[in-house]
Design a protein around this ligand. Structure first.
Ligand code: 9MR
Length: 504
């Protein structure tokens, strides 16, 4: 195991992909050097112009005929992170020339540009430019140095610096893939957020391990419902709904291109649903809508979503959580929510009926909940699921399984899985994670044991169990990051829990 770990560590230490020369480059930033070559700077959009390293170890650009003829270099910037950028430039041909550091960024194959730092360089004087840049949701960033009013001058620069957290080139290293380990049992997956889905190297690593992914937030009503658009549509028809897909598109694109399945989460939930959805004309100052209007809105909402997905991403979304967490932990029956208030006791059944009406053939419909291993709650979930089965619109039950090494016990988990398996429904584990109090070896060993024990139970139900998904990959990106619940540490190294899943 140590050997495999070392191989993995070596692979992930290939940070920022093979820099040459003595440029100072690490996960926190970059400083140009040019003592051993152009250091991966290249002539970008340069016509006949060319770059070379001078005796003073600066990077010289000559033969330009346009302002954007400039040297550029790829940087693995991380969307959302703010960077400090600086460089010193010098030119000998104009009395004064205006310089900029700019970025050419690419998303979905389209390149676009921003100017980030500015300075006026007087003839023969080294001039510093500095600025900041918060990286947007792009999958490629090329930083370059250009002019804005001196298209034909030659210029040189030195000390190009970028400070801030870079993306690691996480590689599908020499470790087993969980999707292969469990290929005769069930799909193995994870949750993925928008930020992760825009990071190509991270996604490649995830796709090397997992064959099904759930958007962590991006298919919830607060992501998919376009409140302003719905408000406008509601002037004519208060049951009309507008939807938007911008935050889930990067994941759907990736999944489609790479043959990864997607599980949709979630059509109905008491959380992360804009209040406007429940009010007349989508205005929270107005009264609540009637049962009929809410159900008609939901019907339109589901139809819009399913139609779009089927048209643009046929076959990608294989299953949905139709309703999430309807049962209250205390009462063991339906929790208070706007859905419950407006529609009444049968809102879950109506949601399934509508989802069934619009779901493409073969797309499976799940009820999803947590704390299934706790008897009081379990009884309520079971009763609800039985009612849904009687109407015939539910395909399966999803156990979230947000656990802790101390609670619940493996026996409780086993009993709950058996009880739902006995209904004959399909099953999935939708959000598995197991918290520990600290990152000590002892805690990680106990965590690994519990992951392994749970997998041994789940494997017994392989005929009904469609997928097992962890709720995130690396501890630092988890919703419970301070309790280290996942399979990889913040550096993408596999933890004992990962190896326990490889050999439970
Ligand atoms: O992982 C999600 C986190 O990013 C959100 O802040 C949170 C807000 O409601 O929802 C998390 O996902 C939840 C999932 O949708 C339903 N089960 C519990 C998950 C963890 O809170």
């Amino acid at each position: 195991m140590r050997k495999r770990l070392t191989a993995w560590l070596l692979a992930v230490l290939l940070i920022m992909g093979g820099a040459i020369g003595c440029a100072q480059e690490d996960n926190m930033g970059y400083r140009s050097d040019f003592s051993a070559g152009t250091d991966e700077w290249y002539a970008r959009s340069m016509g006949d112009a060319s770059i070379s390293v001078t005796e003073e170890k600066t990077l010289l650009t000559v033969g330009r005929t346009d302002n954007w003829h400039s040297p550029g270099r790829d940087f693995p910037l991380q969307p959302g992170v703010t960077y400090e950028l600086s460089v010193e430039v010098r030119q000998e041909q104009a009395d004064e020339a205006r310089f900029m550091i700019s970025v050419a960024h690419t998303a979905g194959g389209t390149e676009s540009y921003e100017n980030l730092a500015f300075g006026n360089a007087k003839k023969g004087e080294w001039t510093a430019l500095s600025g900041t840049y918060q990286a947007g949701p792009y999958d490629r960033f090329v930083l370059y140095v250009e002019t804005s009013n001196a298209p034909e001058i030659d210029f040189e620069f030195r000390n190009f610096e970028v400070k801030g957290q870079m993306q690691k080139q996480v590689e599908a290293a020499d470790i087993p893939a969980l999707k292969d380990v469990y290929k005769d049992y069930f799909d193995f997956g994870t949750a993925v957020t928008f930020m992760e889905s825009t990071n190509k190297s991270l996604m490649d690593f995830y796709a090397s391990q997992f064959n099904i992914m759930t958007p962590g937030n991006e298919m919830k009503p607060d992501s998919l419902l376009d409140v302003t658009g719905s408000m406008i549509k509601s002037i004519k028809d208060d049951t009309a709904v507008a939807v938007k897909f911008n935050s889930v598109i990067p994941l759907l694109d990736y999944a489609q291109k790479n043959g990864v399945k997607v599980h949709g989460h979630t059509l109905v939930w008491h959380n992360q649903t804009p209040d406007a959805f429940f009010h007349e004309h989508y205005n929270t100052a107005n009264p609540l809508v009637t049962r009929e209007v809410l159900l008609a809105r939901f019907d339109n909402y589901v139809r819009e979503i399913m139609t779009y997905l089927e048209k643009k991403y046929p076959g990608v979304v294989v299953s949905w959580d139709v309703v999430n967490e309807a049962i209250d932990d205390q009462t063991g029956w339906l929790r208070e929510s706007k859905w419950y208030t407006i529609v009444g006791e049968d809102y879950v059944a109506r949601a399934f009926e509508i989802a069934r009406k619009h779901a493409p053939e073969g797309v499976l419909l799940f009820y999803n909940d947590y704390n299934t291993a706790i008897l009081g709650k379990q009884n309520g979930i079971y009763k609800l699921v039985e009612q849904l089965m009687a109407e015939g619109n539910i395909d399966g039950y999803g156990f979230q399984m947000h656990h802790d090494i101390k609670f619940p016990s493996v026996q409780q988990i086993e009993a709950s899985v058996k009880r739902f398996a006995d209904t004959g429904l399909l099953l999935r584990v939708s959000e598995l994670d197991i918290t520990v109090p600290d990152d000590s070896e002892v805690s990680f060993a106990r965590q690994a044991k519990m992951y392994g024990d749970i997998m041994k139970i789940l494997a017994q139900y392989k005929d009904q169990m469609l997928a097992v998904q962890v709720w995130g990959v690396s501890d630092n990106l988890s919703w419970r990051a301070s309790q280290y619940p996942l399979l990889f540490d913040g550096e993408s190294n596999p933890k004992p829990a990962f190896w326990a899943l490889v050999e439970p």
